[in-house]
Design a protein around this ligand. Sequence first.
Ligand code: PEP
Length: 263
Amino acid sequence: MTEAQRTPLIAGNWKMNFDHLQAIAFVQKLAWMLGDAKHDFDDVEVAVFPPFTDLRSVQTLVQADKLPIAYGGQDLSTHALGAYTGEISGRFLKKLDCTYCIVGHSERRYRHVESDETVAAKTKAALEAELVPLICVGETAKDLERHEPSAVPANQLRGALLDVKPGTDFVVAYEPVWAIGSGAPATPEQAQNVASVLRRVIAQSLDEETAAKTRILYGGSVKPDNIVGFMKCPDIDGALVGTASLDVDAFASIVRYKKHATY
Ligand code: PEP
């Protein structure tokens, strides 16, 4: 599979924003705007990652109105069921027809001290629940002082793929931590360099075919005015968008990047 055959994915990570009523209003408006603009969802896939408490409402809306928008959880438990107060099972997300689940977001790794082992266990738990894990990797500014840019993300990805079999469907998001929420994105060249190393890691950990079909997203201060630069990179197949995913005009504009690209 080549770059041209991988369907780009524009994914919005809402983090802890929007209650279920705001979620419904947002998804309705997004679907209306993209529908009005005749967006081809088979050409560029769209997904949102609302807080857990919004997922049932998003599911009801998406199914009632047959909206071509995918959704997923922002995290999941390493366990399937049991005495784990406050945790959410991948099975419950699957029951709400989630397609995806983010694992290893830097805010989980650093604020909740999630290790590479935990991220590997969450990746496994997502796959066992038949969810597509969206595995986030990325280096901090401190890591960059000590290592070359791809060293930490490549190691994190190797760790996350320990229990993954060749042919498995998963998505990788390269998110330099220093670029998240900072307004200072990586350059497309920086992102492409790391993404190409990550594709090689997939080939080495699994196989060439899996590496060729896996979508690698860039995340970190993506905005309507910089998305095109990232999407021109041969190893970047979409974006994981934080701040700009909360503004429906900005997010719809990012989804419609081909309309403002001059290729
Ligand atoms: C993120 O946290 O995944 C992210 C990419 O955030 P932002 O777009 O705000 O940098």
